[in-house]
Design a protein around this ligand. Sequence first.
Ligand code: AVJ
Length: 321
Amino acid sequence: MQDTKTTLTNTSEFEKEVSQGLTNNPKHLSSMYFYDKKGDKLFQDIMAMPTYYLTDSEYEILESNKEEISNLFTGFGSFDLIELGAGDGKKTKILLKEFSDKKIDFTYVPIDISDNALNQLQNSIEKELPEVQVQPFQGTYFEALKEINNRENRKIILFLGSNIGNLEHEQAVVFMNKIQKLMQPEDLLFMGFDQKKNPQTILDAYNDKEGVTAAFNKNVLARINTELNANFDLEQFLHWEVYDPETGTAKSYLVSKIEQTVQIENLDLTVHFKQWETIHTEISQKYDDEIITWLAKESGLKMTTSYESTAYGYKNCVFKK
Ligand code: AVJ
């Protein structure tokens, strides 16, 4: 097994994000930093909750269409299966197993911000699907593009789980356009889009009663505490989720329950919070056909096929350049 793992996200980027985000008005922190060892575990717990319907819906779509998807991907000989934000790979393993069973020649290139998630994924594939060649790459989505560009095989790019939803539309277009430019005519982009639906279903998915999503959201503060020597009291922040059914944007906040001051030693920074002041931490965009068509058009992609779970309101779409 080849090890092409490279570490690109370093502490200084985290430091920059934290000092900028917490000195801006209104305050913000990127959801990219939810994912350390503890955050990965919390996200796995979220994916296992029935209220977080996204995972089940995509799993169902892949499971019931795996033959057709496999035919779509494998018509042109060997390829690289490049996955952006691979996480624990639970859904992708449906396809990996299908390809492996059919003795298809491919290399799986999981890309993730979390080194820990990639290590676990690589180990589990070695055990469960020993025939699959894996070449993990650690980095952000934008760093991933460079890695994709360096690979010469035919590319199938997976961007599952509605991960695109963490980007605002403009950023999503920039990102999809960059992918489009890296693609050859026979390459494919396979993406998951959570659909607009009953707003209550969305609020329930991002605001579970058990408090797992709250802990996940607060994990960015926990990371600042341990990695940058800060003294955030997690109890003094409230996880707050809003969903705008018109735009389809779900937004996560951490709201300061009291007026408080936090010291971040490594940044030599003192951060004041007024009572009820917010830190915006995440967007999870929901889509409809018009938005997806617009995204594709703006980024120079053509949709060739789509698979839908109507029960859950979730879509997987296949794009070509
Ligand atoms: C992994 C970005 C798709 O936005 O739905 C889950 C992360 N945040 N619960 C999402 C998340 C809160 C998730 N993505």
